[in-house]
Design a protein around this ligand. Structure first.
Ligand SMILES: *Cc1c(COP(=O)(O)O)cnc(C)c1O
Length: 372
């Protein structure tokens, strides 16, 4: 059996090597490193895949969130509602822009925000909500969007972990995650479901006014060359990453299916264990399993992790500390205690999850968990 990895990018690369290598050589040959035809082709491809009106590629997922927030003309001190159980980037850009991150709890089963949680946190200073589609499935966004509409709030979807997932509305229609809120942000960090071979990110929106503004902000606030209408940032996707992403976008649904098959295997293997909860799939969202995250309910999560490590099975704790308990955010929030977030930080453990897991590896991982 090959050594088990949290994410196996090498085996995935070998299957698409010819196409990737040829595309990268073309970039080297034409020297169109920045903003070349490869970036344009990927941008159009992603727009088509997401069924979005506008896609703006940028340098990484954190920049995508920052540019989205800069486009909304928020003022220092304006409140932005964000889950306390997420990757740091989601709240970091809020603090960086001198806005106030209002950290809220999440739903225990799905790890995601709900409309009820958001509603309880709205104040007269609230301007925006950032639901995070954590671990690969959508928040229940229809009621969140209805609430935002009613209260006049912006919604930015942090879709860094759920690209490719489908959300179903109550009328039966579907949309890709990242296109449901006013703005969607994603990351192409190598280990993400659509990962580059370096950094990358993208912003999507169906609003022409926001698209134009975000495009400008991402490019030094330039409307036309050397005329700067606003203070912006320098955030570009480079052509070599666009080649990799263009090739992998063709395989994204197949990659999601491979992840789902691994998740199904794990679900079946752990069904009889009373001390773990397997991931709960929300009926409104497909799950693309960026992570396969168990909840260890007997207080032995750390012991399980040690046992796995000893047997050569990697695992990760996403996330060990609530954002409000991080030193970086002490001066930005008064929140001291959110019960579900704290419980999740104690109970979560993510198992190896990628597109190349074979039956032998899955079997070994499952048996190792069960023998703890
Ligand atoms: C990865 C990630 C980001 C940041 O993306 P980068 O490309 O690493 O900047 C933001 N939010 C979430 C939820 C993420 O998982």
């Amino acid at each position: 059996m090959d050594a088990i990895q949290m994410v196996d990018l090498k085996r995935q690369y070998l299957k698409i090597k010819a196409e990737i290598d040829q595309g990268i050589l073309e970039v080297l040959d034409t020297t169109a490193y920045i903003n070349g035809p490869k970036v344009k082709a990927f941008q159009e491809g992603l727009q088509h895949y997401l069924r979005a009106q506008h896609v703006i590629p940028c340098a990484n997922g954190t920049d995508a969130l920052q540019i989205a927030m800069m486009a909304l003309d928020l003022q220092p001190g304006d409140e932005v509602i964000v889950p306390a159980f997420t990757y740091v980037a989601t709240a970091e850009v809020i603090a960086l822009l001198r806005l106030k991150p209002v950290m809220v709890d999440v739903d225990y089963d799905t790890f995601n925000l709900t409309a009820d949680i958001v509603a309880a946190a709205i104040t007269p200073r609230t301007k925006a909500i950032v639901p995070v589609n954590l671990f690969g499935q959508s928040c229940d966004l229809e009621p969140i969007m209805a609430l935002a509409q009613e209260r006049g709030l912006w919604v930015i979807e942090d879709n860094a972990q759920a690209i490719g997932a489908d959300y179903t509305f109550s009328d039966g229609s579907t949309a890709k995650t990242g296109t449901i809120a006013h703005i969607g942000c994603t990351s192409f960090y190598p280990s993400k479901n659509l990962g580059a071979y370096g950094d990358g990110g993208a912003i999507s929106t169906n609003r022409a006014d926001l698209a134009q503004r975000m495009q400008m902000i991402a490019n030094h606030g330039q409307g036309r060359r050397y005329y700067h209408d606003a203070v912006g940032v320098n955030s570009r996707l480079d052509s070599i990453q666009a080649v990799v992403l263009g090739v992998k976008l063709q395989h994204l649904d197949e990659y999601a299916a491979a992840r789902r098959a691994a998740a199904d295997f794990y679900d079946r293997a752990f069904a009889g264990l009373d001390w773990v909860q397997t991931p709960v799939r929300h009926p409104r969202s497909t799950h693309v399993f960026h992570q396969y995250t168990l909840l260890v309910k007997n207080g032995q999560r750390d012991a399980l992790q040690a046992h796995l490590q000893q047997k050569g099975v990697p695992s990760m704790i996403y996330y060990p500390v609530p954002l409000y308990a991080q030193d970086a955010f002490r001066s930005f929030t008064e929140v001291e205690h959110l019960p579900i977030t704290e419980q999740l930080c104690q109970e979560v453990i993510s198992l190896p999850m990628h597109t190349e897991l074979d039956q032998e590896q899955l079997h070994y991982i499952a048996e190792t968990v069960k023998s703890c």
